[in-house]
Each structure stands twice: as structure tokens, then as C-alpha cells.
Ligand binder design. Structure first.
Ligand code: ATR
Length: 272
């Protein structure tokens, strides 16, 4: 990669940021497509200051991660419909000085799912009602899936279900997995630093079920291991991370993303 006075800068802002795999994915993509771009990670405490910096330096594209996805909304010039619906921005595109906030998490999840199963009319159990579940729920609605949102805190499931036209229930409703086509874990249960526990009893899994666990660290969560044993089709959590970056790459560069190159870079980063 040759850097010079014409190099276009993109970046990710978040806090903490030093474990972000976005620079590896985006830079591998730029290299493969021979684009004069570079992508860096910035640890940002004050979002408004970062936004001023983006404007002042003409940074072309920005990925936004925890904890800034909501706060950043008030500082951009325009919000895409998805970002408005979901209530979070994970992407900023600098269009000749105007900052446009959008959300590619939704796209990322739907692309990951639709690579394996057409969602229209399918019975989907979505577990969780946090930020990630919210992005996925709006995507499922758009694909006309028949969605049940299940969450430990019922009030949050109810609110999300109301916004997306889904049904809802507490964890006792997990039983519906037995008659469903797709199960999505959008909770943090399964994360290595959470003890890699499981929410879904093994006996609910069956071979006609596609299981998508958005947890990607570890890759083989207990849910994924159980699902493989039950003969389910599985979708690893890293695919959502990959495809949200693929959509960002295309927005930032106007070029088709080299998906397999970005996937390889991501998997290499995940393996450490
Ligand atoms: P994110 O933005 O990554 O989705 P979040 O907004 O903190 O993170 O949401 C975490 C989700 O995981 C929530 O749905 C949460 O359930 P509650 O709404 O009841 O808090 C769910 N979650 C986390 N730990 C859980 C646990 N031990 N059992 C069941 N659900 C859990």
C-alpha cells in the first residue's frame, strides 16, 4: 500500500478500540482492489470533538462502535431511514462535507442469514432486545419473516416487537424453537467473558433449524456446538461483522467489496 498526498482516510471510532478487527478487514480489501485508501482505528472519548475532526480532515468514511452509536446521531447532518428506525448509527459517510449517518449492522445480519436461508415467510425466534437484536429485528421485518422476539426482560421485547410488528414473550417462550425455521441468539450469552453459557436447552434444537449466534468470540459457542450436534444448519457470528463491513466498504469506496479477502483477514484476526 503506497500512501501519498492523494490517499483517502477512513477509520473506526470507539472506546476501547485496540481489539477492533475493522482495520484488518478494510485494509485487506483496499489492497486487493488496489485502492489508494487507508483505514485506521481511533480511540475516542468525546464524540463531538471526533466529528469536528472528521469534518476538518475530510475523513471519507467512519465506522462507529461502542459506546458512540447513539450519541453520534445528533452530530451528523443527515440520517438514513434505517439508522432512524434502529436508533443507532454504525456508519458515517462524508459526502462532500455533509456527514450522513447510516446503519449497516442490519444489512450485515440479513446478508449473513440470506446466504443460507430465504427469510420470507419463515418462522424466526429472535432472542434478545438490545442494540444488536434491534438492528436484526428491523431487517427481518423487511424480509417478511414471521418473528417471535424473546427476551429475559419482557418490557424490552414488547417495545421492540411493537416497533417491528413481531410477536414477543419472555424466555419461557423459547419452546417455540421446536416448530421454527430459524433461531437467532442476539444476546451476549455465549461470550467467553460471560462464561460461554447457554440460554437454549439442547432438546429444543432440531435438524430443520438454522441457528445464527451473533457471538463471535468464541466462534464455537455452546449454542453452536449444540446446534451442530442436533444437525442444524449453523451461521457463525463473525458473518454479521464481516457483512456490515462489506456494506461499509462499498459505501466508502464505491467499489464492490472483495468479500473472501475481507473474510480471510477477519478470521486471521479472530485467531489472533
Ligand atoms: P447489544 O447492544 O450487544 O445487543 P445490550 O444492549 O446490552 O447489548 O443487550 C444485551 C442483550 O442480551 C439483552 O437482550 C439482554 O437481556 P435483558 O434485556 O433482559 O438485559 C441479553 N442478556 C444479557 N445477559 C443475559 C443473560 N444472562 N440471560 C438472558 N439474557 C441476557
Amino acid at each position: 500500500m503506497k500512501l501519498n498526498a492523494q490517499t483517502t482516510l477512513c477509520c473506526v471510532i470507539g472506546n476501547p478500540i485496540d481489539h477492533s478487527l475493522s482495520p484488518a478487514m478494510h485494509n485487506a480489501g483496499y489492497k486487493a482492489k488496489d485502492l489508494n485508501y487507508v483505514y485506521l482505528a481511533f480511540r475516542v472519548g468525546n464524540v463531538l470533538d471526533a466529528i469536528k475532526g472528521i469534518r476538518a480532515l475530510g475523513i471519507k468514511g467512519v465506522s462507529v462502535t461502542v459506546p458512540h452509536k447513539i450519541a453520534v446521531m445528533q452530530y451528523v447532518d443527515r440520517l438514513g431511514d434505517r439508522a432512524k428506525q434502529i436508533g443507532a448509527v454504525n456508519t458515517i459517510l462524508n459526502e462532500n462535507g455533509k456527514l450522513v449517518g447510516s446503519n449497516t449492522d442490519c444489512d450485515g445480519a440479513i446478508k449473513a442469514l440470506e446466504g443460507n436461508i430465504a427469510l420470507s415467510g419463515k418462522k424466526v425466534v429472535l432472542v434478545g432486545s438490545g442494540g444488536a437484536a434491534r438492528a436484526i429485528a428491523f431487517g427481518l421485518k423487511e424480509k417478511n419473516a414471521d418473528v417471535l422476539i424473546v427476551n429475559r426482560t419482557l418490557a424490552k421485547a414488547k417495545e421492540l416487537a411493537k416497533a417491528t410488528g413481531a410477536r414477543f414473550g419472555d424466555l419461557s417462550m423459547l419452546d417455540e424453537i421446536k416448530t421454527s425455521d430459524v433461531l437467532i441468539n442476539a444476546t451476549s450469552v455465549g461470550l467467553s467473558n460471560n462464561g460461554n453459557d447457554r440460554l437454549v436447552p439442547e432438546e429444543m434444537l432440531h435438524k430443520n433449524l438454522t441457528v445464527f449466534d451473533i457471538v463471535y468470540n468464541p466462534q464455537e459457542t455452546n449454542l453452536i456446538v449444540d446446534a451442530k450436534e442436533a444437525g442444524c444448519k449453523i451461521i457463525y457470528g463473525y458473518k454479521m461483522l464481516l457483512y456490515q463491513a462489506v456494506t461499509q466498504f462499498e459505501l466508502f469506496t464505491g467499489s464492490t467489496a472483495p468479500v473472501s479477502v475481507m473474510e480471510e483477514a477477519l478470521l486471521k484476526g479472530l485467531r489472533g
